[in-house]
Design a protein around this ligand. Structure first.
Ligand code: C2O
Length: 551
């Protein structure tokens, strides 16, 4: 294994999209930013230099950061942000992981333009558990606003309303031909007939779960969140913000056309504000008798793949049920068979305005719109939780009384809800090292019945069960899959339903858990786990680097 060094210059750059030019905060002047490539076992050093007036941090989404929580990146959770003119070198080793992940800014809404692929290759000589692809291509899905995204979220938090929706979805930064002025600003994927390609699909969009498809081609899913799965074939992939999905694309030996449309558009449940526009790209065959020298733009919408409808929950449910860990001898699924601690967390959005006789304390103001976990709307502290934990200075920074269960019993699927009381606070859940955790996440469907892609830092979890309605602790566990459940770091909690997760708390540190819809995290749908050190030296959080940023 070797050391891979990168420099990320966080700087302003003028970028034109959808006919409008704006100054955006970028890494090295590009959106998406640079691709990081490392092998399992490699050490990765990324020097981040802040040349903008905003505070910055970078998160390596899905990298487990065993004992190296100081490099995880969420602002005020594991580090104070890197201030203007300062730099910080993230330093970590990739242990026991291979596959597709991504990196993004983890402060305010900066990840709108600060994101890029993170590819972990297997160790040298270790093959993929599927046919070797001819080529590997990152497909990074994003969102673009023509206005300033930092202004959008700060205004939404001040007024208590929903933030403006984006102006387009993008594929590798390009909106595609269905948007204004974007016929030329279209992602193109050139392929050779009969070959197999590995598409590393990443949903880096802020607020949209997305369907992804290629007209007249099927996709074989082989990996999610850097964990191999039992391969299955589908026309459409559903991918929530924070998830990654590797698919094999076997292209036709004798295509009928030289070009086919690639398309992505949202999956939206309930009444969430949504833009159901479609971002498109072009799959283009080289060396086929049909191809001409210039890439022709297909005539939309004729060639668009038929994507599921906007609110096709049947598709979503069936797709997630098809995902199973590969669970082979070489890549086993180490599902905790026994459980030491059980938690039931409700996740949901509150109401706006706040109902009379209830409390709706959002993160910024006591009367504004709030989102919560177990009725706690999490406020970020003014110093980093990990520092407070490591130096034994938690007093006044965080409280350790996060509720293990919903504080009030009510019917989560009821409409209207009978409990939206939310209070804010910086409260954490403490775990002893190696605790086997079972966590049920119950969507409350309080106002906007919307699914929430929950992301856990520091761990992968196994999705042992899922269902609709209220979780029933006496009957539902009988149906849990403890053999080959999918293992991942981000899971969509279905609208009006629940998921059951298991994980082993074998990584000491402080680990953020939150909805990966950026609007919801801003409203407080977030919390943190503190995992204490174990007894052995390799079970302890390493000391912080000396140049750790100060708050
Ligand atoms: Cu990709 Cu805390 O997030």
């Amino acid at each position: 294994s070797i050391t891979r060094r990168y420099t990320f210059n966080v700087r302003l750059q003028n970028i034109t999209r959808l006919c409008r030019t704006k100054q955006v905060i970028t890494v090295n002047g590009k959106v998406p930013g640079p691709k990081i490539v490392a092998r399992e076992g490699d050490q990765v050093l990324v020097k981040v230099v802040n040349r903008v007036s905003n505070n910055v941090t970078i998160h390596w989404h899905g990298v487990r950061q065993l004992q190296t929580g100081w490099s995880d990146g969420p602002a005020y959770i594991t580090q104070c942000p890197i201030q203007t003119g300062q730099s910080y070198t993230y330093n970590f080793t990739i242990i026991g992981q291979r596959g597709t992940l991504f990196w993004h800014a983890h402060v305010s809404w900066l990840r709108a333009t600060i994101y890029g692929p993170f590819v972990i290759l297997p160790k040298i000589g270790v093959p993929y558990p599927f046919p070797k692809p001819h080529k590997e291509i990152p497909i990074v899905l994003g969102e673009w606003w023509t206005a300033d995204t930092e202004a959008i979220i700060s205004q939404a938090l001040q007024t208590g309303g929903g933030p403006n929706i984006s102006d387009s979805y993008t594929i590798n930064g390009h909106p595609g031909a269905l948007y204004n002025c974007s016929a030329k600003d279209t992602f193109k994927l050139g392929v050779r007939p009969g070959k197999t390609f590995l598409l590393r699909i990443i949903n880096a969009a802020l607020n949209a779960e997305l369907f992804f498809s290629i007209a007249n081609h099927s996709l074989t899913v082989v990996e999610v969140d850097a964990i191999y799965v039992k391969p299955f074939t589908t026309n459409t992939v559903l991918i929530t913000p924070g998830q990654t999905t590797n698919v094999l694309l076997t292209v036709k030996p004798n295509p009928t056309n030289a070009t086919f449309a690639i398309a992505a558009r949202p999956y939206v449940t309930g009444r969430g504000a949504s833009d159901n526009s479609t971002t498109t790209g072009i799959l283009h065959y080289h060396n086929s008798s049909l191809s001409n020298s210039s890439i022709s733009v297909p005539k939309f919408p004729l060639l668009l793949p038929s994507l599921p409808s906007l609110n096709d929950t049947n598709f979503a449910t069936n797709f997630s049920r098809r995902l199973r860990s590969l669970a082979s001898n070489q890549f086993p699924a180490n599902v905790p068979q026994k459980v030491d601690k059980r938690f039931l967390f409700t996740v949901g959005l509150g109401t706006n305005p706040c109902p009379k006789n209830q409390t709706c304390q959002g993160p910024n103001n006591a009367t504004k719109f709030a989102a919560s976990i177990n009725n706690v709307s999490f406020s970020l502290p003014t110093t980093a939780l990990l520092q407070a934990h490591f130096f034994g200075q938690s007093a006044g920074v965080y409280r350790t009384d996060f509720p293990d269960n919903p504080p009030n019993k009510f019917n989560y699927t009821g409409m209207p809800p009978n409990n939206t009381n939310v209070s804010n606070g910086t409260r954490v859940e403490v775990l002893e090292f190696n605790t086997r955790v079972e966590l049920v996440l119950q969507d409350t469907g309080i106002l906007w019945v919307e699914s929430h892609p929950l992301h856990l830092h520091g761990f992968n979890f196994f999705v042992v069960g899922q269902g609709f309605g209220n979780y029933n602790p006496s009957t539902d566990p009988a149906n849990f899959n403890l053999v080959d459940p999918v293992e991942r770091n981000t899971i969509g909690v279905p609208s009006g339903g629940w998921v059951a997760l298991r994980f082993l708390a074998d990584n000491p540190g402080v680990w953020f858990m939150h909805c990966h819809i950026e609007a919801h995290i801003s409203w407080g749908l977030r919390m943190a786990w503190v995992v204490n050190d174990g007894k052995l030296p390799n079970q302890k959080l390493l000391p912080p680097p000396s140049h750790l940023p100060a708050c």
